[in-house]
Design a protein around this ligand. Sequence first.
Ligand code: GDD
Ligand code: MG
Length: 363
Amino acid sequence: MKAVILVGGEATRLLPLTCNTPKAMVPVLNTPFLEHVVHYLSEHQIRDIILAQRHLSQPIKSHFGNGKRFGVKLVYTVEDTPLGTAGAVKNAEKYLDDTFLVLNGDIFTDLDITAMIGFHLERKAKATIALTPVDDPTSYGLIEIDARNRVTRFLEKPKWSEVTTNMINAGTYILEPEVLSHIPHQANFSFERELFPSLLEEGEPIYAYPSSAYWIDIGTPEKYTRLHWDLFSGSKPRHSCPRGEEVLVGEQSYIHPTAQIRGPAVIGSNCTIGQKVKLTGAVVIGFGCTVLEDTVIEESIIWRNTQLGQRVSLKNSIVADNCRLNDNSTVEDSILGDNVTVVNGCKLEPGSKIWPGTTVAAP
Ligand code: GDD
Ligand code: MG
């Protein structure tokens, strides 16, 4: 079966991390997010994948190419103007002649797609939508169903007063190619607000596949971080994830014997971890980072080529590419975009979001 992954949306809620990095390429355990999704699909024998992009995203294309390195076959579609979720799939119509899968490109899940495909075929559905429970349905698409799991109503981004269930659209659909004829050519068209409600009105069989499998949308820094901690604490063995208290260290990295590292932790390749550095809680350090003497890092995610000086304290934060946290600086509960410098001795206001290229001076 072929799959279309939608990777063309806005990533504004992940700013400042996504100023230079597409949402699909943000690193999760030092691996681009989309690579986890591709790995997941191929575990379900789905290896024919269309990446539906709004603009050509060179970072995605350069990393994945034709997919061969990842054991899949990848093709790309690009939109002249943003086509919305359904319009983007219509734009890939020439590749779709049989039952196919659509995935929102910002979802990490353990949903059993193989079982969902079985359910879809057995019900002879035109569309089957995975559902997942959430605490706050207001930022998602609420879906009501009947006793046989047939969808009865869609309500995208409901107000709290409209919430009737905690089950929402999990952003995974199995579709019959006939539904493509209901989507206009080269027009902005949405599955959630347009195609699904109109199929429902026409009486087409649309089913829901509720699942309590792990599910998260990485659309905000909080959820992006939560995914890491969930992966670390989960019992399931995962692609590029340490098990238990394990510390994974990449090639050509040097860790000083006096450094104290309490796993789980992931340290990328070409890193240097200096004397008496302490890593506690869950920590991820990307490719080419340097951490100097007596620095303490706790529960943080650091991307690539970042340097932490001596006696730096970094806690509950995300630090993107090429940053400099100079000696004696303190960064807590903050998000730093690319190329940020925190000068010597500076204590960043907790809760800061720092734009790429900024130099933050001592107060
Ligand atoms: N190619 C392309 N073109 N992709 C798009 C476009 C577009 O014009 N617009 C959105 N996408 C992609 C996004 O990159 C994302 O992967 C997916 O479509 C969904 O868009 P989001 O912008 O992330 O939507 P959302 O999170 O607010 O809501 C959607 O996902 C929820 C689950 O996370 C809806 O499908 C909700 O109903 C659902 O509950
Ligand atoms: Mg989303």
